[in-house]
Design a protein around this ligand. Structure first.
Ligand code: UDP
Ligand code: MG
Length: 308
């Protein structure tokens, strides 16, 4: 019986691997002997995969899944969770930004009976100003428009009971916004707080453009408010236009035809054109997602596994 599964998606993490296992294993050892570390090699281009295989030779609790190509962190994490067999599962980042020492606290809360134990960052001092501000705005926005509450300052690092993992596996959507999916399933939840560290080695593969697309995925997969808002915008503009039309018609009837009006005409045409393009763009976001959902492509392909 495996008590604890640690799931680590990895993309080009060769520099950090020795440090990772050196720090992670004693932490797990102190909690239970029955654990597994599932490393999902997300199509790394460096020596990550070869190194993982070597680690498995020394310790069979380090299990390796080699994906057919780089499918992205969310898919890699989904894959690792699918293959996990622990009574509790903890997604973990390879770069040691989340302290493995906290795992014992997560497990302690789980043993008290909580099904989900969130690890929430106390501060974001290690992040740049822009990242802090944009993430603040993102969480404010998504929690206003979406019905599921997505916890602030909380990444994928958390503990989930096997029951929660089963629930997560039942969400078959292609757009994997894992934080949202984890939040959506619910279950009794508690939180522990920690300070996040800078990356132990290597560099992040997330740039602002990727983060922006990721934020859009989060919003569009967890709410249809952006679609609905156009009903209200449209109704409001129609009302204003109607009142304005009455004014113009009345004035024309009383005072005759008034030739000037170029400015108001242009403003109205351009404003309406802009609004329409924007709303079509929003519909496009949803149609695109419907398209990728209907294709029903698998989220990932496993090339081979070691130790599973
Ligand atoms: N990762 C992955 N596939 C990718 C990009 C990243 O599996 O295409 C992994 C990466 O190896 C790390 C985790 O996802 O274990 C988080 O990535 P990173 O530290 O680069 O992101 P950040 O902490 O900056 O959000
Ligand atoms: Mg990181």
């Amino acid at each position: 019986m495996i008590e604890l599964s640690i799931v680590i998606p990895m993309y080009n993490e060769q520099e950090v691997l020795p440090k990772l296992f050196e720090r992670l294993k004693p932490c797990l050892e102190a909690i239970t002997k029955n654990y597994e570390i599932i490393c999902v090699d997300d199509g790394s281009k460096d020596e990550t995969c070869t190194m993982l295989r070597a680690y498995n030779n020394f310790d069979e609790r380090i299990k390796v899944i080699h994906l057919a190509r780089n499918f992205g962190k969310e898919a890699a994490l989904t894959c690792g969770i699918d293959y996990s067999s622990g009574q509790a599962v903890i997604p973990f980042d390879a770069d040691l930004q989340d302290p493995p020492e906290l795992i014992s606290e997560l497990v302690a809360q789980w043993r008290k009976g909580y099904k989900v134990v969130l690890a929430t960052r106390r501060s974001r001092e290690t992040d740049s100003w822009l990242k802090r501000v944009s993430s603040d705005w993102f969480y404010k926005l998504i929690n206003v428009v979406s019905t599921v509450r997505i916890p602030h300052h909380t990444g994928d690092f958390r503990l989930m009971d096997g029951q929660v993992v089963e629930a997560v596996k039942n969400l078959p959507e292609r757009t994997r916004f894992m934080k949202g999916i984890f939040a959506w399933v619910g279950f009794s939840t508690t939180t522990v707080y920690f300070d996040r560290e800078p990356r132990a080695a290597g560099t992040t593969t997330w740039n602002y453009w990727k983060l922006w697309k990721f934020a859009l995925d989060g919003i569009f997969s967890f709410t249809s408010v952006p679609l609905r808002v156009w009903t209200y915008v449209g109704a409001f503009i129609s009302l204003v236009s109607f009142l304005w039309a009455i004014k113009i018609i009345t004035r024309t009837i009383i005072f005759g035809i008034d030739v000037p009006g170029y400015a108001s005409l242009m403003v109205a045409v351009l404003f309406m054109g802009g609004m329409q393009l924007l709303s079509i763009g929003i519909i496009g976001e949803y149609v695109g997602r419907i398209y990728s959902e209907t294709k029903q492509r698998p989220l990932y392909f496993v090339e081979d596994t070691v130790g599973l």
